[in-house]
Design a protein around this ligand. Sequence first.
Ligand code: FAD
Length: 411
Amino acid sequence: MAQQTFVIVGASLAGAKAAETLRAEGFDGRVVLIGAEAERPYERPPLSKDYLRGEADAKPYVHDEGFYAEHDIELRTSTTVERIDAASSEVLLSGGETLGFERLLIATGAEPRRISLPGGDLDGVLTLRAMEDSEAIRARIDAGGRLVTIGAGWIGAEVAASARQRGCDVTILELAQLPLERVLGPELGAVYRDIHTEHSVQFIGGAAIEAIEGDGRVAAVRLAGDRRIEADFVVVGVGVEPRIALARAAGIETENGILVDERLQTSAPGIFAAGDVANARHPFYGTRIRVEHWANALNQGPAAARNMLGRAEPYDRIPYFFSDQYDVGMEYAGYAAAWDEVVFRGDAQSREFIAFWLEDGRVVAGMNVGVWDVSEHIQALVRARRPIDRRRLADPGVPLEDVLAESRSAS
Ligand SMILES: Cc1cc2nc3c(=O)[nH]c(=O)nc-3n(C[C@H](O)[C@H](O)[C@H](O)COP(=O)(O)OP(=O)(O)OC[C@H]3O[C@@H](n4cnc5c(N)ncnc54)[C@H](O)[C@@H]3O)c2cc1C
């Protein structure tokens, strides 16, 4: 039989881990990993943390330089897939080359949402997604001065923390009343606001931004009521959009990402999607979810690769992510679309605690802050979907395994 070709579009974490897995699983056909960026695949979390602060020893690559050649993975950097022809199973590359495939993985990720504000294109208004964005922001941080972040989601909050740690004056502007409120709710949003204000960051919630002002380069951000916040540079972190244009043009079904089934297969036979771009049917939740986090790319890429090889493996991991701001590290596991109660285990002021989001007495998500090696237990509680004893859940003296075991015997 002629050699098969598996093509992966998007040479970042999901794509690189998929390529690695194809070889680890014994696939001996052609593996072509195509990435628009000049860099070989790298991890993005350090770009708002130690790499941004200039504290990393090296660039955060996914694999050593020699890895791709050693595993006979054809890595094409600085190459864009311009079109997918699902009917003829071909991709068209920038430069005009056409490549046929037996299986295709789309791992095109996501890109920062733009804001349309007067002055949004001034010099010094920046976004963060790629390594070069991080380097550009680092250069501004090194020059010192006043940073305004627009948006207090994970990226805005982490950039604010890193810039503050490097001595910049920082103001965070957020439309909601509190940072991270959409995901964490008001109780935990308040904890993160306090963490920032304790580090002398100015947090302005409910901020209605009217314009970014400056003559060629940014000088200030103007809020409703004629309030001006002076700025030497601005980082806009108002969320990301999945990169779906390629798939949509190929007639592949999209809606808040590329729609895939439990096995990460798109509406086009032989074509899969994984990572930030995939809106995947999740067997545990019984609905589609799109997860924009590192662990999802790390694990979904390999799962897609195994399914490309016909393994029929549903992807059912509980969503997980982490964030580091100043000396406060956290992990979050679960997926809380709605909740009716937040239970704290430990004192939030001490920055060593676990918060649980409950719906109908069941844990739907948990976040450990400054407490480690508990995420697996939190995920087990989420998976159990059983009513738990809140008092015992809140008691740091009761091991989480016991809380889970008791819920089992009570049901
Ligand atoms: C600054 C930053 C900090 C983060 N911190 C955390 C964190 O602390 N914790 C956490 O859980 N998550 C974090 N994340 C999120 C995490 O990095 C992403 O979830 C992860 O990168 C998604 O990987 P991906 O491979 O799906 O897509 P991406 O990393 O977005 O990569 C997609 C790749 O596809 C390429 N591409 C797109 N279209 C084409 C095309 N047509 N042809 C060729 N190539 C194409 C792009 O150039 C890009 O390189 C962070 C993200 C950023 C940006």
